[in-house]
Design a protein around this ligand. Sequence first.
Ligand code: ADE
Length: 288
Amino acid sequence: MRIDVVSVFPEYFDVMGLSLMGKAQEKGILRITAHNLRDWTHDVHHSVDDTPVGGGAGMVMKPSVWAECLDELLGLDAPDAATPCAGSSADCAGSPVDRAGDAAPAPVVIFPNPSAPLFTQRDATELSHADHLVFGCGRYEGYDARIPEYYRSRGVDVREYSIGDYVLNGGEVATSVMVEAITRLIPGFMGNADSIVEESYTGENALLEHRQYTKPAEWRGLKVPDVLLSGDHGKVDRYRRDEALERTNEIRPDLIERLDCKALDKADRKTLMALGWEVSAAHPRRIR
Ligand code: ADE
């Protein structure tokens, strides 16, 4: 997978050479390049922003600089300056087929944005199959809304995602979160593929994970649950599954509501019923 990240602070992404992400790059599974948006400016001040049209606080990132950068990274021809893009895609010079080298895999452009749909494990899984991702990190009050609009009109798959209901100083942290969530799902990235399957939020029936313990069996007076020391794999699996159901019920009941009852076994149903759920319909329903 090729990942291009565009930011006014490209050094922020130096950390992507560390740990598993660094190893994946050494193995050739992944290539991450951080670019400085200011490299596509032409003025002495290398300015990337301007005041908001209609007034208001802060500055907004200019479409012209982003467009020069994205045209280059996506291999798109710039439209003829004499033919302004106004409205429909038919009005825009160029289309996805203009991309230099038709054989290049279709890239996905992602703009982190606190006012966008939430990025979930489902999105991470889907994007882990892409060949080329381009992340555009906004700063200040954000980026001109015509940037995603224009590239969509050229047939580019442009996504905007929030990573949570809080506001960060820019898109860099959100990009790091998404890059990590996506790249660890690339085949060959993790040493042990099982660790992905067992984790919270993965699979059709997403539950929070059971708690983990290591040795010693007793530490500062606190004991590991006996069943985990029993050597009975069936009992261990059931204990962990029940704990996952109990923790999810307590912390994220919204995930219980989304479970597919058909995928629950008899013991799951019994546990959920004891926790106050009715499990005879398509999804569990809280009854007490
Ligand atoms: N930029 C600023 N805050 C953000 C958030 N919560 N998610 C994505 N991008 C952001």
